[in-house]
Design a protein around this ligand. Structure first.
Ligand code: PMP
Length: 397
């Protein structure tokens, strides 16, 4: 088993979640749409676990939670369903330049349907430029979708300020909270977003289940049509074991998130300090303070990120160059490019995301192995300048 430092890509399912789900996979398998007693019981189960997910984000009404198959579907429902619902009011949508690929591709889809999409730029730290956002708003703007935090560089967005701008201009506001949901609590009563995407696996629940929170009164057009489950907003027989797992994971996360956040921040800071101090020409990507407590994202001059990941793989350390969902493209990360990095700089990145099973020993091992890996790759690279090679060789002598 590797030292796993890629928690943004996938998380294990909590054992307490698994044991709670098991009974709903065999004994309590009924469909909540059935009229018999077992069906009634399934309906009660659905509402109990809907309440747990609602409580997780402090939503006053459990009915505001629509269960989906995951974050991608929730983003589709929010943005396509939301835009289609109010398209008579206007056809302009705003997202940020650094959204998750699911949102970038939804935006492209909507452009093909005749919507206009503006992409608000970010600063060098990956934080959305509020001044630019305000300037992009027109009387045709109907929806803004900006994630709570970057799923790559971990920069935390000024969501309250963005929400205030949306409220002031009477624009629907959606936020994808997946990148931050395991590490920063979100309270929809304090930040009154209209729509919010959640994913179960990102809080140590099972995959294949997620939710869209819809503030009371907010309506979207369904994108999956069928038997009318989830108040007609998401048809398909409810995934009761998945929803039970999601609800249980939400309940556990709500009680553990603050401690976990403090614990991981200490490890993350040790990692950042250690890497920047021991590896020459290494840089932290993203904001130094306004960043997710479990995220450390680096860039190393004269190195290709993928060779770094493969060298770490040989040492049984699992890390990433960026978002797993975008790993099929050979293009450099759109987030890093939007932050102003050059293509060659964006190719030399390493993304470390810590999680529940990360121990100090794991961080220590990375700190021990990484400087040598970087050095070896640089000594092989034609891009490394002679003075750095000389420096490395002097230390060897
Ligand atoms: N949004 C964000 C911020 C993500 O990190 C991900 C991937 N975990 C998604 C959406 C899509 O999630 P899924 O692949 O589970 O639908």
């Amino acid at each position: 088993m590797s030292i796993y430092l890629d928690y943004q890509a996938a998380k294990p399912v909590d054992v307490r979640v698994i044991s709670e789900m098991t009974v709903y996979l065999n004994n309590k398998f009924a469909n909540p749409s059935s009229l018999h007693c077992d069906g009634d019981e399934a309906t009660d189960t659905l509402s109990d676990y809907r309440r747990k997910v609602a409580d997780f984000i402090n939503a006053p009404e459990p009915a505001s939670i629509i269960f989906t198959s995951g974050a991608t579907e929730s983003n589709n429902l929010a943005i396509i369903g939301g835009a289609m619902r109010i398209k008579k009011k206007g056809n302009h949508i705003i997202i940020s330049e650094i959204e998750h690929i699911s949102i970038l591709n939804i935006a492209k889809y909507l452009e093909r349907q005749g919507f206009e999409v503006s992409r608000v730029p970010v600063d060098q730290f990956g934080i959305v430029r509020l001044d630019k956002l305000e300037r992009l708003i027109t009387n045709k703007t109907i929806l803004i979708s900006i994630s709570t935090a970057s799923n790559e560089v971990g920069s935390i967005q000024p969501i309250k300020e963005i929400s205030d701008i949306a409220v002031k201009n009477k624009i629907l506001f959606h936020t994808d909270a997946v990148a931050s949901e395991s590490i920063i609590p979100f309270d929809v009563q304090k930040i009154p977003v209209d729509m919010l995407t959640l994913s179960s696996n990102d809080i140590y629940g099972p995959r294949g289940v997620g939710a869209l929170y819809l503030k009371k009164g907010v309506r979207v057009n369904p994108i999956i049509i069928g038997g009318g489950q989830e108040k007609g907003m998401r048809s398909g027989s409810e995934n009761i074991p998945g929803i039970v797992g999601f609800g249980k994971a939400a309940e556990i996360m709500k009680s553990e998130i603050d401690d976990e956040s403090v614990r991981l921040k200490l490890l993350r800071d040790k990692l950042i300090k250690g890497i920047l101090e021991t590896i020459p020409k290494s840089y932290l990507n993203g904001h130094p303070e306004k960043r997710l407590p479990h995220n450390a994202h680096f860039r190393f001059d004269y190195i290709e990120g993928e060779s770094l990941i493969l060298s770490l793989k040989d040492e049984k350390i699992a890390a990433a160059t960026g978002s797993a969902c975008s790993s099929k493209t050979l293009e450099p990360s759109h987030t890093l490019i939007a932050m102003g990095l050059l293509h060659e700089e964006a190719h030399g990145s390493l993304m470390i995301t810590l999680g529940r099973d990360t121990k100090e020993e794991d961080v220590n091992e990375l700190l021990e192995k990484l400087p040598n890996i970087v050095k070896r790759l640089r000594l092989l690279s034609p891009l490394t300048p002679p003075d750095l090679i000389k420096k490395y060789n002097e230390v060897n002598e």
